[in-house]
Ligand binder design. Sequence first.
Ligand code: HEM
Length: 148
Amino acid sequence: MQSDAALMEASLIAVADSGIELRHPLFARWFAAWPERRATFINADASSRRMTDETLEMMLGLAKGEEQWVGPLVDELAFTHRSYGRLPWAEYESWIDLTIVVLGELAGAAWHADAEAAWLRQGERLKVLIQAARIGWDEAMPGHVLGT
Ligand code: HEM
């Protein structure tokens, strides 16, 4: 029985071997789902690299039991993203869900039920952390979010 971390690393290697940058199909799908979100991205090329990389590394970090750095990074993410207005939770969930869907598509033959279950498990953990961080900032700094 392989660990979640081992399963996830194997699928990341398969994605790298595909030669396709995950961020391109991922952002295309995400913007197709939420077309009004595209305008919020001033520099989509730079942001798509960091947003994709950090999402993947947060899930992998959780799988490896590395909450000591994932936790603070999630807190920072929730704080910096307040600058973009009140981002709907459904878009966050969809971002993480689509990251895993597109990852599976690019991993091709290397993708299987155990790998998918590992990513979904860690994705759900990441959602719980982000949700808690968002609520925490709202309570600590009410009214900070632009437009509210
Ligand atoms: C796990 C989830 C996410 C992570 C780890 C993440 C991470 C990041 C990072 C690292 C950046 C780049 C910041 C910079 O370069 O200064 C960024 C930018 C951004 N993110 Fe996210 N993000 C996530 C989810 C989301 C979601 C769900 C939304 C919208 C609903 C969103 C909207 C944005 C916007 C609007 C920018 C700025 C883009 C720009 O100005 O070009 N992010 N994100």
